[in-house]
Design a protein around this ligand. Structure first.
Ligand code: PLP
Length: 394
């Protein structure tokens, strides 16, 4: 029998996808250059040159049968070793290659981790605003997503987290740099959260896992540094994706690293392998596993994103918009002039601007602009943004 919940998910596209499709039609009607499409987080800089070089090397070095053949279910051992060594060398976190599981991007990293660790009756606490697919992933795993409000600057509100975590909490999902706000959590916030979770574990007597969703880890500006939650909290699963850092979202490659610092790491890893198996996510795409092994840590053209970030933030603030202060990812959160983000997104369409209302992200009143676009799109959009702002009588 058709499962109604799945049919519902299939029929009701996400707001982001709806807008993207609207944009596609509108571009065909009036020309792509006349639509200011800030809807989708699709990297706008090409994959670094090292990716092409790695592919060429692999095609000439490896015999085609093994290059395109199955790897072990959890991924190629050599690639997992490189990833573990780099995590330790770059971020000072302990990592064991035998606790790394290669995945089809961050979405798979998250669904595998959730299915490994949460079930019926459990709660998963998520600081808001957050990536809307979390709700789909959490609910498919049988659990309930509990939104935890953030602080005024879209950082962690530890008091709210303290109130949200209880004996039903199986996991929390953290995402820094954040989609949709671009905010990067500070080391002090991560340390304080780690202490809070350890205290909660003692009080409730149950482990709380920290699922750290890190697809934007390297996309950081203004000389800011990022610390990894795994450095402070033993029960961490580092969920990574090469989609954004290597501009490879269509190739579907990432990983989960289970921290060896948690006492039950072997069992958690077994559950990760089991969830990967049950969900059909065994043996991530082989060619791109090897590319990841060669290019792990290679950075994209951050200067291009940084310039877009400055242009858009400064431009919108000069017009009068209130915005968040993004240090990472490629998103800017902008306040709807009258506080109604859905109406703001609809009105923006009249000015050929596509922006996503924050309501689905747990950030009502705000809208997300993905600035992974051509610089000219931002420059050319400014008169439209001004007209949009003035249409509010401001
Ligand atoms: N998590 C966050 C916060 C994202 O923004 C995205 C994609 O935009 C994903 C996960 C999914 O990433 P992937 O394409 O690697 O599955």
């Amino acid at each position: 029998m058709i499962q109604n919940n799945m049919m519902g998910l299939g029929k009701n596209r996400s707001t982001i996808r709806e807008l993207f499709e609207f944009g596609r039609k509108r571009k065909a009607e009036i020309g792509a250059e006349n639509v200011f499409d800030f809807s989708l987080g699709n990297p706008s800089v090409p994959a670094p040159k090292a990716v092409e070089e790695a592919i060429r090397e692999l095609l000439s070095e490896k015999d085609p049968v093994s290059l395109h053949g199955y790897t072990s279910a959890q991924g190629d051992a050599g690639v997992r070793r490189v990833i573990a060594e780099n995590l330790t060398a770059r971020y000072g976190v302990k990592c064991d290659p035998d606790l790394v599981y290669m995945t089809c991007g961050a979405a798979a990293s998250l669904t595998i981790s959730l299915n490994a660790l949460v079930g019926e009756g459990d709660e998963v606490a998520v600081p808001a605003p957050y990536f809307p697919e979390y709700r789909v992933f959490v609910e498919k795993a049988g659990a309930k997503l509990v939104e935890v409000p953030g602080d005024e600057g879209f950082g962690l509100d530890l008091a709210a987290m303290e109130r949200a975590v209880n004996e039903k909490t199986a996991a929390i999902i953290l995402n820094s740099p954040n989609n949709p706000t671009g905010v990067v959590l500070k080391e002090a916030e991560l340390r304080a959260l780690a202490e809070l979770l350890k205290k909660k574990e003692k009080e409730t007597g149950r482990p709380v896992y920290l699922i750290s969703d890190e697809p934007y880890r390297e996309l950081i500006y203004r000389g800011k540094k990022t610390a990894l939650p795994a450095a402070f909290y033993p029960r961490t699963l580092t969920c990574y994706s090469y989609s954004k850092a290597l501009s490879l979202p269509g190739e579907r490659i990432g990983y989960i690293a289970v921290s060896p610092e948690m006492p039950e790491a072997g069992d958690v890893y077994a559950a990760v392998c089991g969830a990967g198996r049950a969900l059909g996510f065994v043996c991530a795409p082989a060619l791109f596993q090897y590319v990841a092994g060669k290019c792990d840590g290679v950075l994209p053209d951050l200067a291009a994103y940084d310039e877009n970030r400055r242009l858009l933030t400064d431009g919108l603030r000069a017009i009068g918009y209130e915005t968040a202060s993004p240090d990472g990812a490629f998103y800017l959160f902008v306040k709807a002039p009258d506080g109604n983000a859905r109406a703001f997104s609809e009105k923006a369409k009249e000015f050929e601007i596509l922006l996503v209302p924050g309501d689905d992200f747990g950030g009502p009143g705000w809208a997300r602009l993905a600035y992974c676009v051509k610089k000219e799109t931002i420059e050319r959009s400014m008169p439209a943004f001004r007209a949009l702002f003035e249409s509010y009588g401001a």
